[in-house]
Design a protein around this ligand. Structure first.
Ligand code: GLN
Length: 477
C-alpha cells in the first residue's frame, strides 16, 4: 500500500508495527508538497527541517513507549491562526507579518503529546473572515480538484492541503462554517465541535463566542481520532468544558443507522440551493433511509434571521478582539506617522485588508451607544430564538441534516465582487455556531463539472457521538 493512499490512522498503525518509519510519512508529505504546492499554495510556512528532526524523536518515543496513541507519527498541518512557539503566526494578515508567539496554543501541546508532527502553517482568509481564502494577504489558495476554483474558507489552506495529499490531516477553525464549508468544497471531512470542547487558548480570536478549532481529515475515523487528541478541559480557557465523554473513536465502531432519526429543515432546500447540490443531498437521504434511518422534514422559522444575527454578532466581537492590533503590542507598524493617533490610524489602514476593515466598521457601528439596542442586542435575542428552535428540533431528532453550502466551489475572483452575496453563502453553517452545536461535513457526491459536494450532519450540544456514528455509517456505504 502506498503511503499517499493511507489514512492517518493507517499510517500510524504501520509505523507502530515498525513497517514504516516516521520519517517516511514526513518525506511523503514533503514530496507531495514539492509536486503540488507551486500550484495549490495551501501553506504560508513549512518546517521541513524541524519536521524531520522531530520525526527521529517521535520514532524513538514510539520505540520506548512514550507515544502509544493511534495518531503517533502522523504529520499534520495547522491553520495560521493557531500559535506555535517560535513560529510565525500571521492569520494571513499583513498586520501580523512578523508576529512570533512566545507560547504554544493548547492544541499544539496536545498534538505533541500524541506524538504528531507539525509540518507547517496553512493559508486562510485574513483573520478567518471570508468564505474563499481569497482575503489572505499572501495570495489565494487554489482548489486541488480544479485550480481555477477556490478551496472555500476560511480554513481553505487546511482543506486544500489534505485534499492534495500535502498533509495527512490538518487543524482548522470554525466561527461560522470555516471548517465545514471548505471541507465540502475540497471533498474532505471536517468537524466543528460543540463550543467549549476544544481549548481556544492560543487561537487568535475572531469572534470568541463562536470560534472553535476542529479536525480536517481524509475520513470520519481520522477526524474522530484527531478530535480525541485535541479535546479536553483546559483551565487556560474560561469557556473550556470539562466533558467526560471524549472517546469519540469509540462512537464510530458501531456503524449502524437503524432507528436513528434525522430531521431536514424544509426551508434549507428552497430557493438559493443549486439544483445539483440539492440532487446530491436528496440522494444522500435515500441512502440513509435504505440503511434503516428515519428521515423527516420540519420547518425552521428563523432561517432568514440566521445570516444577519451571525454577521452582527461576529463583527461586533471581531471589532473588539481586533482592537489589540494597534502597532504597539504586535506585528506591523506604519513606517511614517505624526503622533500616537496617526500611528494607530496608518498602522491599521495599511495592516488590515478590505474585508477585515469592513467587519471592524460594521462591528463598531452595531456596538456604538446609539445603535447597540437596535442591532447588537436584537441580534443576541435572535440568537436565543434560533437556539430555541434547534432545541425543539432535537427533542424529535438525533441529527439534523443540511447542505454544507448552497453551491460547489466558485471560481477564483467571483465571490469578493459582492461581499453581501458571499455572506449569504454561509446560510447552512452559521446557526450551528450561534447555538454552540457540533457539525460534521462528509463528502456526498460531485457536480457535473466534477467538483465535490458535502453533506452536513448537525448534532445537539455534546452530540458528537451521534453525528460521528451517522457520518461513519453513511461513509461506509
Ligand atoms: N464565512 C464566515 C465569515 O466570514 C465564516 C468564517 C469562519 O468560520 N471563520 O465570517
Amino acid at each position: 500500500m502506498e503511503l499517499q493512499t493511507m489514512t492517518a490512522l493507517e499510517l500510524s498503525k504501520k509505523i507502530r508495527q515498525r513497517q514504516v518509519k516516521v520519517a517516511d510519512g514526513v518525506k511523503e508529505v514533503f514530496d507531495q508538497i514539492e509536486k503540488k504546492e507551486g500550484k495549490v499554495h495551501a501553506y504560508l510556512d513549512l518546517y521541513k527541517k524541524d519536521a524531520l528532526a522531530r520525526a527521529k524523536e517521535v520514532e524513538k518515543g514510539i520505540m520506548d513507549g512514550t507515544y502509544t496513541g493511534p495518531l503517533a507519527g502522523v504529520p499534520i498541518a495547522v491553520k495560521d491562526n493557531i500559535c506555535i512557539k517560535g513560529k510565525k503566526t500571521t492569520c494571513a494578515s499583513k498586520i501580523l507579518e512578523n508576529f512570533v508567539p512566545q507560547y504554544n496554543a493548547e492544541v499544539i501541546d496536545r498534538l505533541e503529546k500524541a506524538g504528531m508532527i507539525v509540518i507547517g502553517k496553512t493559508n486562510m482568509d485574513e483573520f478567518a473572515m471570508g468564505s474563499t481564502t481569497e482575503t489572505s494577504a499572501y495570495g489565494v489558495t487554489r482548489n486541488p480538484w480544479d485550480l481555477e476554483h477556490v478551496p472555500g474558507g476560511s480554513s481553505g489552506g487546511s482543506c486544500a492541503a489534505v485534499a492534495a495529499g500535502e498533509a495527512f490531516m490538518a487543524l482548522g477553525s470554525d466561527t461560522g462554517g470555516s471548517i465545514r464549508q471548505p471541507s465540502s468544497f475540497c471533498g474532505v471531512t471536517g468537524i466543528k465541535p460543540t463550543y467549549g470542547t476544544v481549548s481556544r487558548y492560543g487561537l487568535v480570536a475572531y469572534a470568541s463566542s463562536l470560534d472553535q478549532i476542529g479536525p480536517v481529515g481524509k475520513d470520519v475515523a481520522d477526524c474522530a481520532a484527531l478530535l480525541e487528541v485535541i479535546a479536553g478541559h483546559d483551565p487556560k480557557d474560561s469557556t473550556s468544558l470539562d466533558r467526560k465523554d471524549l472517546d469519540f473513536s469509540k462512537s464510530i465502531e458501531e456503524k449502524k443507522l437503524l432507528g436513528m432519526k434525522f430531521g431536514v429543515p424544509k426551508e434549507f432546500l428552497a430557493k438559493g440551493l443549486d439544483p445539483e447540490v440539492k440532487d446530491a443531498f436528496m440522494e444522500t437521504l435515500k441512502v440513509l433511509t435504505s440503511q434503516g434511518a428515519i428521515v423527516e422534514f420540519f420547518s425552521v422559522e428563523t432561517m432568514e434571521y440566521m445570516i444577519p444575527a451571525y454577521y452582527i454578532i461576529a463583527s461586533a466581537e471581531a471589532s473588539s478582539n481586533l482592537e489589540r492590533f494597534d502597532g504597539v503590542k504586535y506585528g506591523y507598524r506604519a513606517a511614517e506617522y505624526e503622533g500616537l493617533h496617526d500611528m494607530y490610524k496608518k498602522t491599521r489602514t495599511e495592516g488590515f485588508g478590505e474585508e477585515v476593515k469592513r467587519r471592524i466598521m460594521l462591528g463598531s457601528f452595531v456596538l456604538s451607544s446609539g445603535y447597540y439596542d437596535a442591532y447588537y442586542l436584537k441580534a443576541l435575542r435572535t440568537k436565543a430564538l434560533i437556539k430555541q428552535e434547534f432545541d425543539r428540533a432535537f427533542d424529535k431528532y438525533d441529527v439534523i441534516l443540511a447542505p454544507a453550502a448552497p453551491y460547489t466551489a466558485p471560481k477564483i475572483g467571483e465571490s469578493l465582487k459582492d461581499p453581501l452575496a458571499m455572506y449569504l453563502g454561509d446560510i447552512y453553517t452559521v446557526a450551528v455556531n450561534l447555538c454552540g452545536l457540533p457539525g460534521i461535513t462528509v463528502p456526498c457526491g460531485q457536480d457535473k463539472a466534477g467538483m465535490p459536494i458535502g453533506i452536513q450532519m448537525i448534532g445537539n450540544c455534546f452530540g458528537e457521538h451521534k453525528i460521528l456514528r451517522a457520518a461513519a455509517a453513511y461513509e461506509a456505504e
